[in-house]
Design a protein around this ligand. Structure first.
Ligand code: COA
Length: 186
């Protein structure tokens, strides 16, 4: 994880491990990024992946890009400790077109929804991200993406408004700052 190594190669939560993607994650990743129920909500930059071979190519690209990304930017797998299954993915990247705002995004395999995994992993990644000299993270969600909006709030993010500046799509914008996480842990 680039400089994430300074806190160890992975983040561990009560039920999950947030770690780098590996080439042998293709089948698991396809159960997230190959499924319309997930990808229909993602931003246009990430289309639905057709099959395991294509997922393997996407994963290789992510794995190769990761060491060159300035922390806290990156992409990670979310693994469930109980059975070692990859149940989701997390990302932090600069939002286009201005590339000033850092976006946190989360995706879970549909059969893993409803357990609090995205918020648990997301909170851990946010805590780590705030050790990397940044002072805010954003999330964007389509107005009817109620699950994603619920997760943003559970992570401790606040609604800041609606915009179409990022993708020419109407998006709800959420933000978290280090002081918000301090309040949560109180
Ligand atoms: C967005 C997404 C990750 C949310 O999944 P999720 O499982 O609802 O997310 P959370 O981790 O926040 O879990 C909350 C749910 O788990 C339940 N839950 C169960 N145990 C829990 C626990 N220990 N802690 C917290 N929540 C728990 C909550 O009640 C809630 O369920 P409900 O909405 O039915 O009440 C998932 O719907 C998804 O992958 N969507 C497509 C991709 C996407 O839209 N991503 C966001 C934009 S990048």
């Amino acid at each position: 994880m680039g400089n994430v190594r300074s806190m160890g190669d992975e983040l561990t939560t009560e039920r999950l491990v947030v770690r780098e993607w590996r080439p042998d994650d293709a089948a698991a990743a396809l159960s997230i990024y190959g499924v319309d129920k997930v990808t229909r909500w993602l931003t246009p930059a990430m289309g639905q992946v057709a099959d395991e071979a294509a997922m393997g190519l996407v994963l290789n690209a992510w794995i190769e890009a990761q060491p060159n990304m300035m922390p806290p930017r990156g992409r990670w797998a979310v693994e469930r400790t109980e059975d070692g299954e990859v149940v989701g993915g997390l990302g932090i990247r600069l939002l286009p077109p201005y590339e000033e705002d850092l976006e946190l995004s989360w995706q879970l395999r549909p059969d893993a929804w409803g357990n609090g995994y995205a918020s648990e992993a997301g909170k851990a990644l946010v805590s780590w991200a705030f050790t990397q000299e940044i002072d805010e993270l954003f999330a964007v969600a389509r107005p009817n993406n109620t699950r994603a909006i619920g997760t943003a709030k559970r992570i401790g993010m606040s609604w800041v408004g609606e915009t179409d500046k990022y993708y020419n799509l109407r998006m709800q914008v959420f933000r978290i700052r280090p002081s918000d996480t301090a309040e949560q842990s109180r």
